[in-house]
Design a protein around this ligand. Structure first.
Ligand SMILES: [Zn+2]
Ligand SMILES: [Zn+2]
Length: 99
């Protein structure tokens, strides 16, 4: 379990830090997803550069994206919503959607 790292903050997957896997072995953790969801969905913002490549779906996306403050990683709004759905359904994650 502990050799999986969040692509956005570099922290390891632990019981206290739930993660959702992207399509290609990439991962986003609960705390990063909270920040990304808040920025992209709640605040309708996004600070990823134009033509960014989403780290989770590996696509060049036109929709707003969140840029990791710690690493060269971006996530698109579609992946944030998908990941929030997955993590929100997993009761053990303890994660809930920011409002
Ligand atoms: Zn993270
Ligand atoms: Zn994506």
């Amino acid at each position: 379990m502990s050799d999986v790292m969040c692509d956005f903050c570099g922290n390891e997957w632990t019981l206290e830090r739930p993660m959702v896997e992207g399509h290609h072995g990439s991962c986003i953790c609960g705390p990063c997803l909270t920040v990304a969801y808040t920025e992209l969905v709640v605040a309708k913002g996004g600070d990823a550069p134009a033509g960014y490549k989403c780290t989770l779906c590996l696509e060049h996306r036109e929709d707003p994206g969140w840029a990791s403050p710690a690493r060269e990683a971006w996530v698109c709004r579609r992946c944030v919503k998908q990941s929030a759905g997955v993590m929100g359904k997993d009761k053990e994650s303890g994660w809930s959607r920011p409002v």
